[in-house]
Design a protein around this ligand. Structure first.
Ligand SMILES: C[S@@+](CC[C@H](N)C(=O)[O-])C[C@H]1O[C@@H](n2cnc3c(N)ncnc32)[C@H](O)[C@@H]1O
Length: 273
């Protein structure tokens, strides 16, 4: 029996993030696939009733997730480039992205699709794809510990809550840098849909993201990028990212959603030209 706390995502209020540059500079983490054996699955499933759980709500969708507050001290730490990239919380634009899909089911069809939740943290966007019958979902986060203690338990929580443990076999988990993730999965089937939220905060990541989309998206695939229009203090912004897309010429981009209140946020849809 699982007990959830509802509507607590507001507590993840954005403070102004600061990216710290590690000193000395570090080597980026290599990507690897995190395998979850059936014993590990069972162990995690058995531990869930003891955990404090929260509920992510979007229109008529509810997705449970484990309370990450006490998981790791990194939870409240600023982003440290190449060390910790913010995966221990659910960022505001994940709510925008999921709301965008749940408001109007015509906006996307996940059924039978191969989907990547790129920079997944809790894995909420990927879980939406799984719930909507995606054929396969790849959950990627830079930090292996985020996948181990946050993403994977959340996916198992969904499977257990809904008595759909067989759905877990449709999920794969990858840690490490986007460049290396792209290489690691180069022989895998390409993605029909890439979902990515709050990943353009650092301008030095634009090219990595663009290369990932170029290498890993099917010819008729779609990329949804949910982001704040400006990441004050850290430099990332939608306009500059779109400028790079335009210069590169591989993708056409369209703003499919914009916030009307609060901090300006957007959702971009990218398709190959
Ligand atoms: C700010 S968090 C956003 C998390 C989540 N998408 C959300 O909206 O709640 C940025 C995400 O991008 C991933 N990330 C950032 N830089 C990365 C890199 N160079 N390679 C791989 N993943 C990276 C982080 O692990 C993290 O999951």
């Amino acid at each position: 029996m699982f007990k959830f706390n509802f509507n607590k995502t507001d507590e993840n209020e954005e403070k102004q993030e600061e990216i710290k540059e590690p000193d000395p500079p570090i080597t980026l983490k290599e990507s690897k696939c995190i395998e979850v054996s059936s014993n590990q699955y069972e162990e995690i499933a058995e531990s869930l009733p003891e955990k404090s759980l929260q509920m992510f709500s979007s229109n008529d969708l509810e997705i449970g997730f484990v309370d990450n507050i006490n998981i790791n001290e990194m939870n409240d730490t600023d982003l440290i480039s190449g060390v910790y990239e913010g995966g221990y919380k659910i960022w505001e634009c994940t709510q925008d992205l999921v709301d965008y899909f749940t408001e109007d089911p015509e906006r996307i069809d996940f059924a039978g699709k191969v989907v990547c939740d790129l920079g997944c943290s809790a894995g909420i966007a990927g879980l939406l794809a799984l719930i909507k019958n995606a054929k396969a979902v790849h959950f990627q986060d830079y930090n292996e510990e985020v996948l181990d203690s946050f993403t994977i338990p959340n996916v198992i929580l969904y499977c257990e809550e809904n008595e759909k443990s067989e759905n877990f076999s449709r999920c794969s988990f990858f840690s490490g840098d986007w460049d290396s993730f792209s290489e690691l999965t180069t022989n895998d089937e390409k993605y029909d849909i890439i979902l990515t939220s709050e990943t353009i905060y650092n301008p030095s990541y634009y090219k990595k993201l663009l290369n990932f989309f170029k290498n890993r998206l099917k010819d008729d695939g779609q990329v949804f990028v949910a982001a704040k229009s400006h990441y004050f203090g850290v430099g990332g912004n939608v306009l500059d990212f779109c400028k790079l897309l335009k210069e590169d010429g591989t993708f056409q981009s369209e703003v499919v959603w914009k916030s009307s209140i609060g901090l300006q946020r957007e959702i971009l849809l990218l398709k190959r030209r």
